[in-house]
Design a protein around this ligand. Structure first.
Ligand code: ZN
Length: 381
């Protein structure tokens, strides 16, 4: 199938996490016809849905280039707000509309088409694989991480991974990602003593220490950033208290904040810094404080070298841009690949990802295929 047609077929499967709705079968058929060996991995875990995954490979031995991607998409939101059916890709004014057009079914189609072209014109020396999960937008528990564990148990070894997430802010070729910040979410719950606001002497207001804790943390300069990373940043995402009547001092008050952090920190160093701020701001031993940390990603940076140079020169050659190697943005499954191999991310423009009327420039899908073709050619030269 031609690259845009393949993108459209992938979009036609309403594969909202965790349901794959035939999208992996479709991809598997395409790859099997090209000579790939395909294995499916269905994983289960407690309190999270079962998820199907696909690992397809062709060739053997080193070097091994793996493409990392996900076929699952986020929900469409208000379907009536879309100008076209989100699961029936529609071309209009040079754009292709549909859920997953940007994030990231077009990139999967582009890589598959690039490999097909490569195999038609070259003899395979080494290994090309695709690790495709249907659990990236969701909890990401039964996805890429488990597939990697499983294939490594069976003796697989990947040298380099190209993740096809949309990395460009507004023009194709602007940005390649070679690392990501870590992400830690902290919940602080302070319990005091509920009572009448008119008699504060009989109460212990939990909001007072909580706000000074949050204020102190907000005003800390965590670091100044590095050559490759922006400064670490904290954002408060929620503040709430248990009661809500205007004449009650509440019993408990909870604050939640997220820190996106660079390689100047570890989750341990941040946890002890937060613990210290908390204890400095709790001035009464009658307060009870519960702190929970959820570190969903560690920061990482791929060393610049042959692989990042292949990706950059291929992007620049096809697009005429001078792409930057950055670490901005949210997390992706690159956080799992980085424990096994070097990893870089390049894909389409991400501006409309997860939005109503998600779309990409149709022309960019073909260009992305050309970029991936060039990366593959250079990689196996
Ligand atoms: Zn994505």
């Amino acid at each position: 199938m031609e690259v845009v047609e393949l993108t459209k077929s992938l979009i036609s499967c309403p594969s909202v996490t965790p349901n794959n709705e035939g999208v992996l079968d479709l991809l598997q058929k395409e790859l099997t016809d090209m000579g790939f060996t395909c294995n499916r991995y269905l994983f289960s875990d407690t309190d999270t849905p079962d998820v199907d995954n696909l690992f397809a490979k062709i060739g053997s031995g080193a070097p091994h280039l793996c493409f990392g991607g996900h076929t699952d998409v986020v929900p469409v939101g208000d379907e009536n707000a879309w100008n076209s059916n989100p699961f029936e890709a529609t071309e209009k004014n040079g754009k292709l509309y549909g859920r997953g057009a940007s994030d990231m079914k077009s990139a999967i189609a582009a890589f598959v088409s690039a490999v097909r072209e490569y195999l038609e014109n070259n003899e395979m020396k080494g290994t090309i694989s695709l690790l495709i999960t249907n659990d990236e937008e969701g909890p990401a528990i039964n996805g890429t991480r488990k597939v990697l564990e499983e294939i490594y148990k069976n003796g697989e070894k990947i040298d380099s991974c190209l993740v096809g997430e949309p990395t460009c802010p507004s023009n194709l070729g602007e940005m390649i990602k070679i690392g990501r910040r870590g992400s830690i979410t902290t919940t602080i719950k302070v319990s005091g003593k509920q009572g009448h606001v008119a008699y504060p002497e009989w109460t212990l207001n939990p909001i007072n220490p909580l706000t000074s804790i949050l204020n102190t943390l907000c005003n800390l300069e965590l670091d100044k950033g590095t050559e490759d990373f922006p400064p670490s940043n904290m954002e408060i995402v929620k503040i709430e208290s248990s009661e809500g009547a205007t004449n009650i001092v509440p019993q408990t008050s909870t604050g939640i904040f997220n820190i996106r952090y660079n390689i100047n920190h570890t989750k341990e160093s941040l946890q002890s810094m937060i613990n210290e701020v908390v204890s400095k701001n709790i001035n009464n031993s009658d307060y009870k404080v519960d702190i929970t940390f959820n570190n969903s990603a560690e920061p990482f940076l791929t060393e610049k070298g042959k692989f990042t140079e292949i990706v950059k020169s291929s992007v620049d050659e096809i697009t005429g841009m001078n792409s930057s190697l950055t670490t901005t943005g949210g997390t992706s499954d690159a956080r799992f690949f980085k424990d096994y191999c070097e990893v870089a991310e390049f894909g389409l423009i991400g501006e409309t990802a997860h939005q109503i009327d998600e779309n990409v420039n149709t022309e960019d899908i073909t260009k992305l295929k050309e970029i991936y073709s060039l990366i593959i050619t250079k990689y196996f030269q």
